[in-house]
Design a protein around this ligand. Structure first.
Ligand code: FMN
Length: 166
């Protein structure tokens, strides 16, 4: 099973989550390809996709959003999961945080199988407005590797089940 793990990431945190997901899918016997959405020309050859985007002011990374809209018809015909990242505290580890409205609409459009919000990361030396100001109060790495791996393993299980009944 060939799975695309594509992401839109401004400061690298969401990219790191994609790498962890890709490695976990590999451990589960899947062939995962991890790519920034900007580098994915099409979905030919993939059996499933996981697409992630960082959250900025309650909106998904614009390239991730554009990617899903552009390929909506193809994505609708395959198993797809989305993830978002993420809160700069431990809230995403403690509870299921639903997708923001924009991502919920994308999920409806492509009939996505599921969504997960993971904690985010903001480096203390982040630059730009208002990131630098935010970093003074809220820097840190809240990505929960165990939670990310467990979610990827769940997705792999669902894909394996779907493949075995085909
Ligand atoms: C200006 C700014 C706005 C943000 N807005 C949100 C938000 O609305 N919701 C959220 O959960 N996280 C928000 N965050 C946290 C980011 O999503 C987090 O830093 C994430 O890991 C960034 O991903 P990236 O490194 O892939 O760009 C914001 C961060 C910044 C700097």
């Amino acid at each position: 099973m060939r799975v695309l793990v594509a992401y839109g990431s401004k400061r690298g945190g969401t990219a790191g989550i994609a790498e962890v997901i890709g490695a976990a899918l590999g451990d589960a016997g899947m062939e995962a390809q991890v790519r920034p959405v900007e580098d994915v020309a099409g979905l030919r050859g993939y059996d499933a996709a996981i697409i992630g985007g960082s959250l900025y002011v309650m909106r998904w990374h614009p390239e991730a959003h554009r990617f899903v809209r552009r390929h909506a018809r193809t994505l609708r015909a395959m198993p797809v999961w989305l993830y978002s990242s993420g809160p700069l505290d431990d809230s995403a580890s403690r509870q299921d945080i639903p997708p923001v409205a924009q991502v919920r609409r994308l999920m409806e459009r492509i009939d996505a199988r599921g969504h997960r919000t993971f904690g985010g990361r903001l480096a203390p030396e982040a630059t730009g407005f208002p990131a630098a100001a935010m970093a003074r109060d809220a820097s840190g790495d809240w990505r929960d590797l165990r939670q990310i791996r467990a979610w990827a393993a769940e997705v792999a299980d669902e894909l394996a089940d779907a493949a075995s009944v085909r």
